[in-house]
Every structure is written in structure tokens, then in C-alpha cells.
Write a protein that binds this ligand. Structure first.
Ligand SMILES: Nc1ncnc2c1ncn2[C@@H]1O[C@H](COP(=O)(O)OP(=O)(O)OP(=O)(O)O)[C@@H](O)[C@H]1O
Length: 610
């Protein structure tokens, strides 16, 4: 084996000039666009402990309150005619936003040109117009192309996508957007509490303070996203304003609902009352699904007119594009509709089997959380609000659930929230006939009929049964597809760990005098291998940035193959012929040394070995 001179080791590291310039430029832009630290990171406690005028109650994980006299007003929430005929706000003022340049817009998908990923995931251009002064969200724009490799479709294992899982590239984009949404914060002062019973960084997910806000029963309610302090996980907090709780036993339904786990029900976490909003508020915490949209927002809300960029993009095809948008929003494909129906039926079955009623099956309370996936949100709110009031029989409430599902099907099929009202029924049926099979109609009519029925009878219907099997098959297909996707990610994790080891080992100045880390020691091989993988130059001395070369080398290294390679010193005066197996051993030994040094300095602590 040739020995290598000290000059070779100390030869300067090659750094291409343009790379320095690019790095400097990107650092500058990073500094410019990095948001300042959130004020919410430093909490000031304005919680219950300092506010003693009114008791604050909370329920977490099965605690039952003590008995007190019930003073909750008597309301009947079984059916709300006023809710039924509610005019959903259709704000066309988004037109005014045309031509605005939304930062971080996904320019690669013209249909996605909206503000959805700015921390207000559910509100697009139209939605932001609700705010008097829309909060500004600072974020670093992501270049989605970097995350979505332009691999030819025939080489991608999940190029087409399945019923529940989008194609690989779309799946990655969707997940990126979700994580971007989770990290979005507002730096504007919205007058929200900085800390709320173990949650911080509150961000409203819907317009607040608008005069024509829709009510939840008799109360105004607002939905926030907030981070739970104990685990850093974002949650949804639904706040019921001006709700005075008189008996902590009203939290009993939370315990029951926290045991109901179903893929089509948004899980309930905990509930508490608070004075932090300067009123008596009830807050119920739920799991958060980033970028979830209500069924109304996803399918029924009129789409905003095209933005200036879209108009330019589509040019003379503008009209056709607009027609496409219109038809997209008007008619849900029958397959998707059945998927929603089966998921909701299954959720209802679970709830009824627990002796409860869902009570909230409405286009504004069912969330679309993924491709063809729906979940019922806001469960158990009414159980808490109604606690202590004379209740209607549970069997009647369960009948109501089925009736509400029937109405929801009518609403989705006709794009009209009051499609099932007696005056609209005939027209709705005619519309339905044009677009959907008789099976959909038969089910919707049965659910809306006065015949007494149970969820089991509905699930036994000949129009429903085969669709359950189909749904089951699609769900299994989805797990297969996701397993394949995960396999690819496992590889990434393996290579990432290897890269970390490299980072830990290479160029450690504190070992510069150690013979084993020097150019004559076996560790020198690692440095040369790093150059071989990352610092190759072509015959003209230009850097070679070949990712497949890097991946091939790292995979061979990780496997420790016997294949040999020639490592050349930087001064090209000497070379070494070694196998990947040798290099792997060197890296393992060097890393073990580092681990030992770490554990020696932190005697008693568990080492984190990779
Ligand atoms: N668990 C959740 N995860 C993510 N987003 C949610 C969750 N629950 C609600 N949201 C979002 O919060 C927003 C407000 O929810 P809400 O239930 O109030 O719907 P809404 O359309 O405003 O209905 P309403 O008109 O009755 O207030 C919606 O855009 C919804 O998508």
C-alpha cells in the first residue's frame, strides 16, 4: 500500500467558486426570509391560577367532576331548522384579490394558487377576504420541485395513485404542504392568549369577529390550532364562547368520547373552561388534521374566479379551464360519494354501538382530511353543552343521525345545503337522477324517510353491502401502496444515518495530532473516500455533482461489499486500493471511538448510538 505524504492531507479542500457565491446568496436570502422568533415562544401565564372570579374546570383523561347543581339552560339540539336553512356565506370579494401575488404559491400546480398553506389552511383567496386586517404569515417558500423528483412515471412504483393514496409525487407534495401548514404562525397580534391550559401559539382556523358568524346551537364558536406544550403536537381547540359551566360533571361525555376511536371520527382529547379569552369559554381539544377542509369548503363552496397569474397561464383556454373548475365543484364523482357514505356509516355504527349519538353530521362539520377520506369533527360538544338538560331518548337521537346523513347526501349530490327541505325535495331528486345511480337515491330517500331504522339495517341494505367490500379492498390496497412508499423512505433513513456518521468523523480538528486520524492512519481512508464520493472533478477540473454516484457509493458502503475502488490523494501523488468493506470497518471503528469519547465525558448517561 502506498504511503501518502502530509502535503497530500493538508492540500486545500476544493470549493468551487460559484458554489461559494451561491451559498452566500442563499444565506443572504435565508436571513432575509427567516421569520423572527415567535412571541409565543415566551409564555406569560394568564391562566386560571391568576383569575379567581370564576371557576375553571377541565377534563383530562377520565377525571370525573364532583356533583353540583345543574343550571344549564334547556335547549333541544336534536334538530335545528335554523341550521338547516342557513345561508352559507358566499363571499365573492376574493375577486378583489385577483392579481395579488401570494407568497409561496405552488406555481407548478395552477389549480393550487391560493393561500391555503399559510397557516390558515382552510381559507383560500376568498376566505382571507373575511378578515378586516388579514394576518401576514411569514414563511420560507418551498420549492416543491426539489421534493418531487422528475423521475419518468414508468420508473415510479406508485405513479398512478390508488383510491385513498395519491400518486407518489402528489403524496409527497401533499405531505410537504401539511408540514408547512403546521409550521405556519402568525406574527400579528390577534389578541389571543399566549398560553391556554397547556396549549400555546393559537392560530384561528376560521374568520373571527365577523358579525354574520354562524352559531353552533345557541353559541358562537371559534376553532383554533394550538400547540400542546407537553409534546409539541398541534391540536385543534374548539372554543364555545360565553358558556358558563356550573358542574364539572358535564365533562363526563368527554371521557366516553375519548374512548371512541374510529378512522372517520376526529379524536377528542380533553376539555376545560377558561377565562383567558375574557369571557367564560368552554374549550374542547381535538386531533388536528393539517389542511383539512369541510365538505362544504371542499365541494360546495363556489370557487374563486381565476387569479391574474392563472388568467395569463391559461390564456385563450381560460373559458374551458373555468368550465372545468365549475364542474369539479359541482359534482362529486359517485365513487367518491360512496366512499364518504360508507365511512360515515361506519363512524355512526361505532358511535351507536357505544350507546351515543353523533348529533353533528353536516357539510360544515365533516372534514375531508385526505384523498377520499372524511372524518366527523366536533363530536361530543353537544353532549357537554346539553349536560343536565332534559334529553331526548338516545334512540331518537340515533334516528336523527341517520336522517342527517340522508340530508347530507342530498346536499352533496345537488350542491345545495337545503336540498332535502320539503319545498326542494322534488327538484333535488330530479337533479340527483341526472348525475347519480338509483342506488344513491334509494339510500338517501330511505335515510330521510320516517321509517324507524337502525344503523345495522342500513348497513344490510343491498345497495350498501357491496360498497362496504369495495371500500375494504381499497383500504387494503392503500396499506400496500403506503408500505411501498415507506420502504423507499426507510432507505433514506439508512443513508441519512450514514451521512451523519460521515459528518461526525470527518475534519475533526481536535484529532489533528492523533496518528490514527492522520494521513498515515487507517482513518485517512475515510477522508479520501469522502473526496471520492463528493469531491470528484472532471477532466477539466470542474466539479461533478452526480447524485447517482453518491447513492451508489453510499449503498455499497452501507452493505460493506467486497468490491474494490481506488482512492487518490488530493495531490495525486499516491493512491490506495481498498474495498467498501475496509472503508466500512474504518468508519465503524472511528465512530466507535467517538461514542466512547462521548460516553467517557458523560459517564452514567446512555449513549445514543446510531
Ligand atoms: N380537527 C381539525 N383539523 C383541522 N382543521 C379543522 C379541524 N376541525 C375544524 N377544522 C377547520 O376549522 C375551520 C372551522 O371549523 P368549523 O367546524 O367551525 O367549520 P365552519 O365551516 O366554519 O362551520 P361553521 O360555519 O359552522 O362555523 C374549518 O375550515 C375546518 O376545516
Amino acid at each position: 500500500m502506498a504511503t501518502i505524504s502530509p502535503e497530500a492531507v493538508n492540500a486545500p479542500v476544493f470549493v468551487p467558486k460559484f458554489a461559494i457565491a451561491a451559498a452566500a446568496a442563499s444565506a443572504a436570502s435565508r436571513n432575509a426570509s427567516t421569520p423572527p422568533p415567535s412571541s409565543a415562544e415566551t409564555f406569560s401565564s394568564t391562566t386560571s391560577s391568576t383569575l379567581t372570579s370564576d371557576p375553571e374546570y377541565s377534563y383530562v383523561g377520565g377525571e370525573n367532576g364532583h356533583d353540583k347543581q345543574q343550571q344549564v339552560g334547556q335547549q333541544d339540539y336534536g334538530y335545528h331548522p335554523e341550521y338547516e336553512n342557513y345561508e352559507y356565506p358566499v363571499d365573492q370579494s376574493g375577486i378583489a384579490a385577483q392579481g395579488m401575488e401570494p407568497t409561496g404559491t405552488n406555481y407548478y400546480d395552477p389549480n393550487e394558487m391560493d393561500y391555503r398553506s399559510h397557516g390558515y389552511p382552510q381559507h383560500d383567496v376568498v376566505g382571507t377576504a373575511y378578515y378586516n386586517a388579514a394576518p401576514v404569515f411569514l414563511r420560507q417558500p418551498l420549492n416543491y420541485l426539489l421534493y418531487t423528483p422528475s423521475t419518468p412515471p414508468e420508473l415510479v412504483r406508485n405513479a398512478e395513485g390508488s383510491h385513498f393514496v395519491p400518486a407518489s409525487a402528489d403524496l409527497r407534495q401533499t405531505l410537504q404542504k401539511r408540514s408547512e401548514t403546521i409550521r405556519g404562525v402568525t406574527h400579528e397580534d390577534l389578541g389571543l392568549p399566549e398560553e391556554l391550559q397547556g396549549y400555546h401559539t393559537l392560530v384561528p382556523l376560521e374568520p373571527t369577529g365577523t358579525p354574520d358568524r354562524k352559531k353552533l346551537g345557541n353559541w358562537h364558536s371559534t376553532v383554533y390550532r394550538a400547540i400542546r406544550t407537553t409534546d409539541g403536537i398541534p391540536h385543534v381547540l374548539r372554543r364555545i364562547e360565553n358558556y358558563r359551566m356550573t358542574n364539572q360533571a358535564a365533562f363526563a361525555p368527554i371521557e366516553i368520547w375519548s374512548r371512541i376511536q374510529h378512522p372517520s371520527i376526529v379524536p377528542v382529547r380533553e376539555a376545560f373552561t377558561t377565562l383567558s379569552f375574557n369571557d367564560n369559554s368552554l374549550v374542547v381539544s381535538y386531533a388536528y388534521f393539517p389542511n383539512a377542509q369541510t365538505l362544504y369548503d371542499a365541494h360546495m363552496k363556489p370557487k374563486p374566479l381565476p387569479t391574474y397569474q392563472q388568467a395569463v397561464y391559461y390564456g385563450r383556454h381560460q373559458q374551458r379551464h373555468q368550465q372545468q373548475l365549475q364542474s369539479q365543484q359541482q359534482f362529486i364523482p359517485e365513487r367518491t360519494l360512496w366512499s364518504y357514505i360508507i365511512q360515515l356509516l361506519s363512524a355512526i355504527k361505532k358511535v351507536h354501538d357505544h350507546g351515543q349519538a353523533v348529533r353533528m353530521i353536516d357539510v360544515s362539520k365533516v372534514l375531508v382530511t385526505g384523498k377520499n377520506r372524511v372524518r366527523i369533527s366536533s363530536c361530543c360538544i353537544f353532549d357537554v353543552l346539553l349536560f343536565g338538560t332534559p334529553q331526548q331518548d338516545m334512540a331518537v337521537s340515533q334516528q336523527d343521525d341517520l336522517l342527517k346523513l340522508g340530508r347530507l347526501i342530498f346536499a352533496l349530490c345537488t350542491n345545495n345545503v337545503s336540498a332535502s327541505s320539503p319545498s326542494n325535495m322534488q327538484k333535488s331528486l330530479e337533479m340527483m337522477k341526472k348525475m347519480y345511480s338509483v342506488d344513491v337515491q334509494a339510500l338517501a330517500l330511505f335515510l330521510c324517510s320516517k321509517i324507524t331504522k337502525t344503523i345495522d339495517q342500513v348497513l344490510e341494505m343491498p345497495v350498501v353491502r357491496p360498497r362496504i367490500l369495495q371500500e375494504h379492498d381499497e383500504a387494503l390496497m392503500a396499506t400496500d401502496v403506503l408500505e411501498t412508499e415507506l420502504l423507499g423512505e426507510l432507505e433514506n433513513a439508512r443513508l441519512f444515518r450514514l451521512m451523519c456518521k460521515f459528518g461526525f468523523i470527518n475534519e475533526r480538528p481536535e484529532f489533528a495530532r492523533d496518528a490514527r486520524w492522520s494521513e498515515t492512519g487507517d482513518r485517512y481512508i475515510i477522508k479520501l473516500f469522502r473526496d471520492y464520493v463528493f469531491h470528484q472533478v472532471d477532466e477539466h477540473g470542474n466539479p461533478v455533482l452526480d447524485l447517482s454516484h453518491v447513492l451508489t457509493c453510499l449503498n455499497k458502503l452501507d452493505a460493506g461489499t467486497d468490491e474494490k475502488l481506488m482512492l487518490v490523494a488530493r495531490d495525486e501523488q499516491s493512491c490506495l486500493v481498498v474495498s467498501y468493506k475496509d472503508i466500512k470497518t474504518c468508519i465503524a471503528n472511528a465512530f466507535d471511538d467517538l461514542v466512547r469519547a462521548t460516553t467517557a465525558s458523560q459517564a452514567g448517561k446512555e449513549p445514543h448510538v446510531m
